[in-house]
Write a protein that binds this ligand. Structure first.
Ligand code: ARG
Length: 460
């Protein structure tokens, strides 16, 4: 018969734990995914205990070998997780004692599950940030490649989803680049605050053993030490910050997706998404739906929800550690999993989407997109801007009435609206003329876009 594990903390109890309480308080179903970080932390802690003489060299070796064996068992699927042992920490510790005996019982000297979980979570979050920023770099590169290819491709720029002014597709993609680039910066900054060692804070007050916190911090690749033991075991602001930066990133991805969904609709018909990234309808045979960008937009909502859960989780907690904190994990894990999936999806889409440049141009031609250029032209001919605005408004009304584009109106006809208009007006009414004029830093002219791409490449 398999041995029923006993609680490591069972000494002062005279009744067995209620079955409901066992299930309700267990976190091992989800925190088992921290095993590798838990083992790393325990190994560093054991080596530190041996360095300060609390463990002998042979006890330390027995522990670290035992932990290696446990890692193998977990990775081979041979490890028996038990909810009776609550969480990842007690499951691993109990197995260690089973495997190596007496030395295993000494591992928990001078530490608590409170600094242990804070350590595990910080190591896990740091790894997630590294994976996420690498994915962001991939997308940023794809954006630059496509932007370069389309530095001269003309599309309508929108305000209020009405055609506003002509822009280049490359310029539009660089707007996405800027958003994601800032998000990557935010993750990198967040990483410094995540990468601080709580180990040694023990339950809340630190420990009476002469521990060497610098030693464990260095072994685990932390940049510094948490300065206050109560704060170190109880605060989860690093997780909240991670979720906030993830939320901002998804907010941006969601906005792109909103555009992709519109652009993919026959109403715009600006892009073709690859078949492999679309799905069909169970009833309408003609449909090719942009479900993946829709899902990225949709999953953004659950990550905002996770951020909100974490904020609410912390707001009522007195110092120091409270078991409430155990509830941080699912929100944090789901945030990272969802974001990594969404970044993967966006990377594939950005690399594979093909713009329909004729359709982009055709819509830019339709919406009087160069009306502002005509007003600016009049200003250059000494007409005050407000008067120029009114004059061009009348020209647009005339064009609407006669179903003409601005560049299709005869110069002689234009001159009826203002005698400042001369034959050179036609240059400013074309889409090319309009974009070429906006060649300052941050502008949409092909040369400005190419310069921005050059700078962007350097920033990667
Ligand atoms: N599973 C716990 C958590 O996730 C570990 C710390 C438990 N500490 C305690 N004193 N009950 O927070």
């Amino acid at each position: 018969m398999a041995k029923i594990p006993t609680k490591p903390w069972g000494g002062r109890f005279s009744e067995p734990t209620d079955k409901f309480v066992e299930r309700f308080s267990a976190s091992v179903d989800y925190d088992h995914r921290l095993y590798a970080y838990d083992i790393l932390g325990s190994t560093a802690h054991a080596e530190m205990l041996s360095k300060i003489g609390v463990l002998t060299d042979s006890e330390c070796l027995a522990i670290t070998d035992g932990l290696d064996k446990i890692r193998e068992e977990i990775e081979n699927g041979d490890f028996q997780w038990s909810i009776i042992l609550e969480d990842v920490h007690m499951n691993i510790e109990a197995r260690l004692i089973e495997l190596v005996g007496e030395p295993g019982k000494k591992l928990h000297t001078g530490r608590s599950r409170n600094d242990q979980i804070a350590t595990d979570l910080r190591l896990w979050t740091r790894d997630q940030i590294d994976q996420i920023t690498a994915q962001q770099t991939v997308i940023l590169r794809h954006l630059l490649v496509t932007a370069e290819r389309h530095a001269r491709t003309i599309m309508p720029g929108f305000t209020h989803l009405q055609v506003a002014q002509p822009i280049t597709f490359g310029h539009h993609l660089l707007a996405w680049f800027e958003m994601l680039h800032r998000d990557r910066e935010r993750f990198r900054e967040c990483r410094h605050r995540v990468n601080v060692s709580p180990l040694g804070s023990a339950a809340l007050a630190g420990t009476g053993f002469p521990i060497d916190r610098e030693y464990t911090a260095e072994k685990l690749g932390f940049e510094g030490l948490a300065r206050n033991s109560l704060d170190a075991v109880s605060d989860r602001d690093f997780a909240i910050e991670f979720a906030a930066v993830a939320s901002m990133t998804l907010l941006h991805l969601s906005r792109w997706c909103e555009e992709l969904v519109s652009w993919n609709s026959p109403a715009f018909d600006f892009i073709e998404l690859p078949d492999s990234f679309c799905t069909g309808s169970s009833i309408m045979p003609q449909k090719k739906n942009p479900d993946i960008p829709e899902l990225v937009r949709g999953k953004t909502g659950r990550v905002f929800g996770n951020l909100s859960s974490l904020l609410v989780l912390m707001k009522g907690q007195p110092l120091a550690y409270n078991r409430d904190n155990q509830e941080d994990k699912e929100a944090l894990f789901d945030t990272a999993d969802t974001l990594r999936d969404c970044l993967f999806a966006m990377g594939e889409i950005v690399a594979a989407m093909s713009p329909k440049v004729e359709n982009m141009r055709a819509l830019a031609e339709k919406g009087f997109a160069t009306a502002t250029d005509l007003a600016d032209y009049l200003v250059r001919k000494a007409v005050p801007f407000r008067d120029a605005h009114t004059i061009v408004g009348r020209v647009v009304a005339h064009a609407l009435e006669n179903e003409l584009s601005l560049h299709e109106i005869e110069v002689s006809q234009l001159q009826q609206f203002s005698d400042a208009i001369e034959a050179d007006v036609l240059d400013c009414l074309t889409l090319e003329g309009s974009i070429a004029a906006r060649k300052h830093l941050g502008g949409t002219a092909p040369e400005a876009v190419m310069a921005a791409i050059q700078n962007a490449k350097e920033s990667l």
